[in-house]
Design a protein around this ligand. Structure first.
Ligand code: ZN
Length: 86
């Protein structure tokens, strides 16, 4: 009885404009969540990158400074120059 009452309530509420807006609201909330997670992951990624958790591959040497190695992050494709002292 309670369940059918809820279902009746839901089907009635479906005709109101609030319920019609719900799918759009869910899409907006979902998009906002995705954007937030993406930003958080990017921040974490750059933080991990700066700390040195990411793997770098050597793509070349600096033209002006021979002991400057140009490396590229394999995860976020960021390039940076690393001093090779040995
Ligand atoms: Zn990285």
């Amino acid at each position: 009885m309670v369940l059918s009452g809820i279902l009746l309530l839901l089907s009635n509420a479906d005709d109101t404009f609030h319920m019609n807006d719900l799918p759009y609201m869910l899409i907006i909330v979902g998009l906002m969540l995705i954007i937030t997670v993406t930003i958080l992951l990017q921040k974490e990624s750059s933080l991990l990158c700066r700390v040195g958790f990411h793997k770098y591959e050597r793509i070349g040497w600096d033209e002006e400074m021979p002991n400057l190695e140009v490396v590229k992050c394999q995860r976020c494709n960021k390039e940076k120059k690393v001093m090779r002292t040995f």
